[in-house]
Design a protein around this ligand. Structure first.
Ligand code: HEM
Length: 183
């Protein structure tokens, strides 16, 4: 039987940190760009960044999920309490789900609202959703609500990573950060 890997592979680590960095930029951009009183050029730049990076991110996130399906995660430390294993599994599942829900609802909100996604338009990517105000409003609500859910779970995820890295020092932090087995 093949031995379980002790650390995430290079591609998994790269995809994790690229997606993490992009999401950590997308969230403040999304929160700021909808505020009243923002200078128009700043708002336009934030919308441009948010819509186009978000659309590209959907592709990277799908690659990340595909990679994860075909490459097992290394096992958690044996002495980790069972409830922490369950919370980890549940929160990772929710993170993957929200990483899909966010760009998809964002895309629907923008297209059903009749707005451009400049880079997709420039490369001639077809508009997949017809204009529809009710659909745009529902997608907007879902995008905002899922965004708050994502922020809550990200806070839990980052808190757990710090707990493993600083308190338990059990190698769980290191295996997403650097190569090679560690216990
Ligand atoms: C992982 C990807 C994404 C994340 C984490 C994200 C996050 C957010 C957040 C936190 C907000 C603020 C919600 C609020 O409080 O009103 C927001 C708003 C918004 N996002 Fe995204 N977003 C993502 C992808 C996208 C994509 C792909 C698009 C469009 C192509 C998009 C379009 C929008 C729009 C138009 C708003 C303003 C909402 C409205 O006024 O209806 N987002 N996003």
């Amino acid at each position: 039987m093949a031995q379980e890997p002790k650390s995430y592979d290079r591609v998994a680590r790269l995809l994790h940190w690229v997606v993490a960095a992009a999401i950590l930029l997308m969230i403040p951009a999304g929160l700021v760009m909808v505020r009243d009183g923002l200078p128009r050029p700043v708002q336009d730049a934030l919308f441009f960044f948010h819509k186009n990076t978000g659309a590209a991110l959907l592709v990277v996130i799908m690659l990340r999920i595909l990679w994860r399906i075909f490459h097992h995660a290394p096992p958690l430390p044996r002495d980790l309490p069972n409830w922490q294993r369950k919370v980890a599994g549940l929160s990772h599942g929710l993170l993957y789900a929200l990483m899909i829900v966010m760009p998809v609802t964002g895309y629907i909100r923008v297209r059903a609202g009749g707005f451009p996604i400049e880079v997709l338009d420039a490369i001639g990517f077809p508009v997949l959703i017809p204009r529809n105000k009710a659909l745009a409003d529902t997608a907007s609500w879902l995008h905002e609500t899922a965004g708050w859910g994502l922020m809550a779970i990200l806070a839990l995820h980052i808190g757990a990573a710090l707990y493993h890295g600083l308190v338990r020092r059990d190698g769980v932090w290191g295996r997403m950060w650097r190569r090679g087995p560690r216990t």
